[in-house]
Design a protein around this ligand. Structure first.
Ligand code: SIN
Ligand code: CO
Length: 380
């Protein structure tokens, strides 16, 4: 499992910049082309394995084709695909990191951005001339060339209007400003809303390390749903001073005033927001299902093995923390002061050595066993 690059250490992955310099100068600001970001890179899984994944119903995939300027898009799963000799089609497979260890390890090389922002590894396979057209994304992306060559054309244009009636986002007026041909191991970083178009020069595979930035509307809706489960408002409306109604259907002013006064008393703190955000951001996507172990170990045996071999988070697990709160797969826990280091280390590094597990308290070991039974945590 890849370790995070220390923020002050220069890294080939970032064109010999430190993560610190990359974040200050490029992240969310301007593109960066890195030749040989991963020298001698070769695909982590063969195209056959990737296309097999696109046949599964727990994998999100899309087939995009273009012919004489007409775009078509179909969502997977796919039991039949066009021939690899047919030009101008591309298959996008989302969340490959959830299904493959090497893909997960590649995604983790980008943990320096922060787990709350890291989304997934998407892999595209394209035949000659294939691509998804000129477009922009709402998120930052690192585009790593894995096999073959792809020509990228990019533009800082402000006109991001889209062609109407298309099954996917295609820019109406793409004005490329720069062009690069990427070979395996080369990588292009693009900030959000940067116009780009990647065209396969022969068969090729491109890996997109994608990020997420929740829309404020999504956060607000989610937060008020979360609060709906937290609030407690005792009492009931009372009106001992009521007088006979002259207009029986008129909304009652006293009821309105008292409701408004009651709602003004509902308050929420930053702690409520942190709880919501941790649960929300650690919630697996709706198509993610854990595979509970067929034969989970009994607590005593689990403890013995975990103390010897160590533990690691399952690929699909999302774990975050803040202060006393620990979030895993949409659930939150309060951790005592002495239990926090082990839990926070597990969340940051996704791995604990046997020696580190041995130092965990009985409560933490009981939680680990529970998570092991649910398929969230695995023995190394
Ligand atoms: C691709 O890999 O074909 C598409 C990636 C992108 O443009 O964001
Ligand atoms: Co894109």
């Amino acid at each position: 499992m890849a370790a995070t690059i220390p923020s002050m250490k220069k890294s080939a992955l970032l064109g010999n910049l430190t993560p610190d310099v990359f974040m200050r100068q490029y992240w969310h600001k301007k593109p960066l082309l890195v030749r040989q970001a991963i020298p001698d890179f070769s695909p982590l899984l063969p195209k056959e394995a990737l296309l097999d994944m696109a046949a599964k119903d727990d994998v999100e995939s899309r087939l995009i084709r273009v012919a004489r300027g007409k775009w078509t898009m179909r969502n997977g799963p796919f039991d039949k695909l066009p021939s690899v000799r047919t030009p101008e089609w591309t298959m996008l497979v989302q969340g490959v990191n959830l299904h493959d260890d090497a893909a997960d390890a590649l995604l983790r090389k980008f943990s320096f951005i922060g787990e709350s922002r890291l989304d997934d590894l998407m892999i595209s396979y394209a035949t000659e001339g294939g691509g998804v057209g000129p477009h922009f994304d709402s998120y930052d992306v690192f585009l790593l060339q894995a096999q073959g060559q792809r020509r990228w054309r990019i533009s800082a244009q402000k006109d991001l209007s889209l062609q109407e009636g298309m099954p996917l986002k295609i820019l109406r007026n793409f004005q490329p400003e720069q062009e690069f041909v990427l070979d395996p191991g080369d990588m292009l970083y693009l900030p959000p809303h940067y116009a780009h178009e990647g065209v396969a020069l022969g068969e090729c595979m491109t890996y997109s390390i994608g990020f997420r930035a929740p829309a404020y509307q999504e956060l607000a809706e989610g937060f008020f749903q979360f609060m709906a489960e937290q609030i407690e408002q005792p009492g009931r409306y009372r009106d001992p001073a009521r007088r006979p109604a002259r207009h029986p259907a008129q909304l009652d002013k006293d009821l309105l005033d008292k409701t408004a006064a009651m709602l003004r008393k509902v308050s929420f703190s930053k702690k409520d927001i942190a709880l919501f955000l941790g649960e929300h951001l650690s919630e697996p996507k709706p198509n993610v299902f854990f595979d509970p172990l067929e034969k989970p170990l009994r607590p005593g045996r689990f403890r013995k093995d975990a103390c010897q071999r160590g533990l690691h988070l399952a690929r699909k697990s999302r774990m975050l923390y803040l202060g006393e709160h620990v979030f895993i797969n949409g659930q939150s826990f309060i951790a005592g002061k002495t239990d926090r280091p082990a839990l926070q280390r597990l969340a940051d590094r996704r791995i604990l050595t046997g020696a580190e597990v041995s130092e965990a308290s009985d409560d933490v070991l009981a939680a680990f066993h529970d998570w092991h039974v649910q398929g969230w945590l695995r023995l190394r």
